[in-house]
Design a protein around this ligand. Structure first.
Ligand code: TYM
Length: 345
């Protein structure tokens, strides 16, 4: 077993948790519990970088928490909480705002996509979002961060910020007798056959919460018949499935569905094609419907049960936040000393 290292990751409570979130991130969160100390965060401060209806936001925070637990995350052995309950995230983010460079943030593709053409009208929070994300990770001095492929650039930025902080304050870090690499370089864990799940309607577009078509995604809360309908309507091409992975190369829709099947069944794409290669999409889709309903049905049902008990969910978040805060406060004390602030000792 690997040495115990700390894992941190977050999911935004912005509605419609989908199969991309599940296969790209949550499945890996569950696995890492066996080898690491894990902290999983419902990132509500990130959510409000775009306006959220307050009633919906509360509901969505509970829904993501329920999805974590229903998928197999153990909030007693590990830590599950919502970001706004641990003030140190925002506090460290301010310090990191002063470390990160404008030029670095200007390169972030996700800001460009989300702000769109009307950039002048985007919130300042949306622009500074990657600095808060760096703070989320670094406030726990986390070593590993499981995410989908779309977060890779943000992780690279977090590494740059950690390194610049360590360099800028090297003398002070030493003077306080702290580790030279005060912030470790967080390593992205982008693993499995579904690190980038694509829309079911268009193999060139990422599966996303914000796609206006509900047929583009499978939501974790979808009932069996909705899952079946969406899989059957998923876009494909006229060729039979290839027998080898190489044959998926210029076929984004086929590649996506095979990747989803592989991830849901815990197999590789090559392995799945050994069973289905040469066959028509119709029979493959039937098998995919059965597998999806089999895997996602119980999760959706458990999410429903948990969200009907908000008292329990909120208690999990309060307990997790208390334990997270204890770790974050320690880092923040050291950061204040390093930067030269005065604090109560
Ligand atoms: P968010 O809420 O957009 O997505 C949560 C996780 O789901 C992954 N994901 C996908 N994976 C595969 N295919 C897809 N179509 C797909 N869509 C989403 C994301 O990569 C992510 O892992 N900024 C983050 C949240 C965050 C965070 C953090 C993550 C805030 N602070 C610190 C890690 C560490 C986000 O918006 O994820």
């Amino acid at each position: 077993m690997a040495a115990i290292e700390r894992v941190f990751s977050g999911v935004q409570p912005t509605g419609n948790l989908h199969l991309g979130n599940y296969l790209g991130a949550i499945v890996n969160f569950v696995k890492l519990q066996n080898t690491h100390n894990c902290i999983y965060c419902v990132v509500d401060l990130h959510a409000i970088t775009v306006w959220q209806d307050p009633v919906e936001l509360t509901r969505n925070i509970r829904e993501v928490t329920a999805a974590f637990i229903a998928s197999g995350i153990d909030p007693k052995k590990h830590i599950v909480f919502n970001q706004s309950q641990v003030a140190e995230h925002a506090e460290l983010a301010w310090v990191l705002n002063c470390v990160a460079r404008l030029g670095w943030l200007n390169r972030m593709t996700q800001f460009k996509e989300k702000a769109g053409k009307d950039r002048e009208n985007a919130s300042v929070g949306l622009y500074a979002y990657p600095n808060l994300m760096a703070a989320d990770i670094l406030v726990y001095r986390a070593t590993h961060v499981p995410v989908g492929e779309d977060q890779k650039q943000h992780l690279e930025l977090a590494r740059d910020i950690a390194q610049k902080f360590n360099n800028d304050f090297a003398d002070s870090i030493r003077a306080h007798g702290l580790e030279e690499k005060f912030f470790p370089q967080p390593e992205p864990l982008i693993t499995g056959p579904a690190t980038r799940v694509m829309s079911l309607r268009d193999g060139a577009k990422k599966m996303s919460k914000s796609d206006p078509s509900d047929y583009s995604r499978i939501n974790l809360s979808d009932e069996a018949d909705a899952i079946a309908q969406k899989v059957r309507k998923a876009k494909t091409d006229p060729e039979p499935l290839p027998s080898e992975e190489k044959g998926l190369e210029a076929r984004p829709e086929a590649d996506n569905l095979v990747g989803i099947y592989a991830a849901l069944s815990g197999r590789s794409k090559a392995d799945v094609l050994r069973d289905f290669g040469g066959g028509q999409f119709s029979s493959f889709k039937s098998a995919l419907v059965d597998l999806s309903v089999d895997k996602l049905g119980p999760i959706g049902a458990e999410m429903k049960r948990l969200t009907q008990d908000p008292g329990y969910v909120d208690a999990v978040l309060v307990d997790g936040a208390d334990r997270a805060r204890a770790i974050a406060a320690e880092t923040m004390h050291a950061v204040k000393d390093i930067v030269g602030f005065i604090r109560k000792k």
